[in-house]
Design a protein around this ligand. Structure first.
Ligand SMILES: [Zn+2]
Ligand SMILES: [Zn+2]
Length: 346
C-alpha cells in the first residue's frame, strides 16, 4: 500500500519516545487508567544507548543485536488522562481521544491499524465495558485507517457525511476498500449521544482542512477534539482535493471560539511539540491568525504578479514566527491555489 503524503503527516512516521505503563498502574482499579509517563527518561535512554552502543568494542555482535531488538520492542505509545474519564492516546498519526466510564467506551479517531490495536488492547485490559462508539473527526488515513482494529468490537462508527464520502472515494481510488471500517452513522450538522454521565456531541461548522471535519465534544468533561482543524504551531495540511478552504477555516475556528468556553480543553490533531497536543482558545485564535496571514500573503503576492512557483519558494510568512515544521511549501501552495482559482465552499 502506498501511503499518500497528503493523507498522512510525514513527521508522524518518526516518534522516538517510548512510554511504559508501570505494574502499579496496571493494578489501578477501573475505570481510571493511570499511566506513568517516562517520556523524557526513555528519550534520554535511547540516545545514551545509541551512543554507548557504538562504543561497545568488546561486546559480542549477537549481544548487541539482542539488546537492540529488546529496546525497539518497547511500546512507543502514550496515554494521558485529561479530565474525568477522558484521555488521549498518541503514537503515530492524529491524536486519539477516548472516554472510558462505567457504562462504556467511546474513541475519537484511530490512527493506523497497529496503533489502534495498541489502544484497543490497553482499554480491554482496563475495562470489560462495551465499545459503544468510534467517531472519526475526518477521513484522512492517519485518523481513520485504524478503524479496522474496531471491526466486530465497536457497536457503531460515526462520522460526518462528507467524511464517509471522502473515505469511500480515497479507498476506492487506492483499492483498499477491504481495509476500511466505514461509519454506519452519519450526520450533517450535529450528532449527540450519552454514555453514562458523559454526553458526546459532534459539531460540523463547514469546510476547512477538508469538507468533512467535525469537532467532537465530551460535554461533561468539557473536552473538544478538534481533529485536524487544529495544527498547533505546525504548518497544516490543507487538502483541497477533499474540499478544503482556508478562508472558511478561519470562520470555522471563530465559530469554535464562540461555541466553547474558557474552561474547554481542546485536543489537537497534530502539534509541532508532541507534548502540546492539547490547549485552549488562545491556541485556536493563534492558528486562526496564522491562516489569515497565510491567505493575506498569498493574495498580496498573487496580486503583485508572482507565479505559484515563485511564491512557494518562500520560507516564511510575514508577521508569523510561531508555526514551524517542514510543511510550509504545502501551505503556501494551497493558499496560492485558493486565491488564484477560488472554488465555492462546499
Ligand atoms: Zn492528520
Ligand atoms: Zn487530516
Amino acid at each position: 500500500m502506498v501511503q499518500s503524503r497528503k493523507d498522512c503527516w510525514p513527521g508522524d512516521q518518526q516518534r522516538t519516545e517510548a512510554i511504559v505503563i508501570t505494574s502499579e498502574a496496571k493494578q489501578t482499579p477501573q475505570p481510571n487508567i493511570s499511566v506513568t509517563s517516562t517520556l523524557k527518561h526513555h528519550h534520554m535512554e535511547r540516545r545514551s544507548f545509541l551512543k554507548h552502543g557504538s562504543l561497545l568494542a568488546g561486546a559480542s555482535l549477537l549481544l548487541q543485536k539482542q539488546a537492540l531488538a529488546e529496546f525497539f520492542r518497547q511500546p512507543a505509545w502514550k496515554i494521558t488522562m485529561l479530565r474525568n474519564d477522558v484521555g488521549v492516546f498518541s503514537e503515530r498519526g492524529g491524536t486519539i481521544a477516548f472516554l472510558l466510564n462505567k457504562k462504556g467506551i467511546a474513541v475519537v479517531d484511530s490512527q493506523f491499524p497497529e496503533q489502534s490495536q495498541h489502544l484497543v488492547d490497553e482499554l480491554k485490559k482496563q475495562s470489560e465495558k462495551p465499545f459503544k462508539y468510534l467517531i472519526n473527526t475526518h477521513h484522512h488515513r492517519d485518523h481513520s485507517s485504524g478503524n479496522i482494529s474496531f471491526k466486530g468490537i465497536a457497536e457503531h462508527v460515526v462520522g460526518h457525511e462528507n467524511c464517509l464520502a471522502n473515505m469511500k472515494r480515497v479507498a476506492e481510488k487506492d483499492k483498499i476498500e477491504d481495509k476500511q471500517l466505514y461509519p454506519d452513522i452519519t450526520f450533517s450538522n450535529t450528532w449527540k449521544k450519552k454514555i453514562g454521565k458523559e454526553k458526546i456531541k459532534a459539531h460540523y461548522f463547514g469546510a476547512a482542512h477538508t469538507n468533512g471535519d467535525a469537532i467532537i465534544h465530551f460535554e461533561h468533561a468539557n473536552i473538544a477534539h478538534m481533529g485536524d482543524l487544529m495544527f498547533n504551531r505546525r504548518h497544516p495540511v490543507i487538502d483541497r482535493t477533499s474540499g478544503a478552504n482556508i478562508r472558511n477555516w478561519t470562520s470555522v475556528l471563530q465559530k469554535t471560539i464562540d461555541t466553547f468556553d474558557n474552561d474547554t480543553i481542546f485536543v489537537f490533531g497534530h502539534a509541532f511539540d508532541p507534548e502540546k497536543i492539547t490547549g485552549n482558545k488562545q491556541d485556536l485564535a493563534a492558528f486562526k491568525n496564522y491562516l489569515e496571514k497565510l491567505l493575506a500573503f498569498a493574495e498580496a503576492e498573487h496580486k503583485a504578479g508572482k507565479t505559484k512557483e515563485e511564491f512557494i519558494k518562500n520560507t516564511a510568512i510575514p508577521g508569523e514566527t510561531e508555526w514551524k515544521g517542514d510543511g510550509i511549501s504545502r501551505a503556501l501552495t494551497a493558499a496560492y491555489e485558493e486565491v488564484s482559482t477560488p472554488v465555492p465552499v462546499k
